[in-house]
Write a protein that binds this ligand. Sequence first.
Ligand code: C5P
Length: 238
Amino acid sequence: RQRPVIAIDGPAGAGKSTLAAHLARRFDFLNLETGAMYRALALKAIENDLSFDEEAPLLALAEGTTITLEPQLEGNRVLLDGADVSRRVREADVTAAASKVSVHPQVRAWMVRQQRTLGAAGGVVMEGRDIGTAVFPDAEVKIFLDAAPEVRGNRRYRQTFANPSNGNSERTASPALTAEQRQAQEAILRELKERDYRDRHRAQSPLQPATDAVILDSTAMTLDEVLGRAEEIVRSHL
Ligand code: C5P
């Protein structure tokens, strides 16, 4: 390939998408969110009433599917057989389904083939769970972005109930939550832990850092610190 690949892996809610979008802008790379591809296939499985547990029908479904990622300044537009499903694939039912669909080895192999083609020329920041281990094991830069589950859950909660003034204020105290808000927060944390568990324990390319990945734990870091540190890592590897 002519240009490098930057692989960003890690669990849900660690901030991979934000980081990937930032690095793509900074280094003028394309940003590709592979999770959106699993989400798109999961959506099609939902629409077709397929079981998430049976591999063969899911693979057959995938083989008749066109998933397109269109990199934008903030994240990707996702097209499923030509239809824009960018918003729909972020909803809770698709999120849970994506995590189930992604355990099947042949479904993963189909995804990995597409992702290698997408990144073949390099000049991409590719973000997911297995980019540095399976999709591009020879990526020039590999970052494994992690954070404690509670921190990831809180960030996801704030994202879901977006309050822009919260964006980068992780270290300031937030007002006490109502009982309802606390319940919503707990549900998000529970869902996130379930997804993590499935991602880390599946037989085929489970979520784990590549042996040569730089591990970045953002638990006690602000967004700016994470972005700055990641930029340094990229510069030192390019
Ligand atoms: O990253 P995102 O949350 O959009 O991914 C949705 C799901 O897709 C994840 O929970 C994971 O199970 C799966 N996934 C994967 N491998 C990737 C990207 C996502 O298994 N490279």
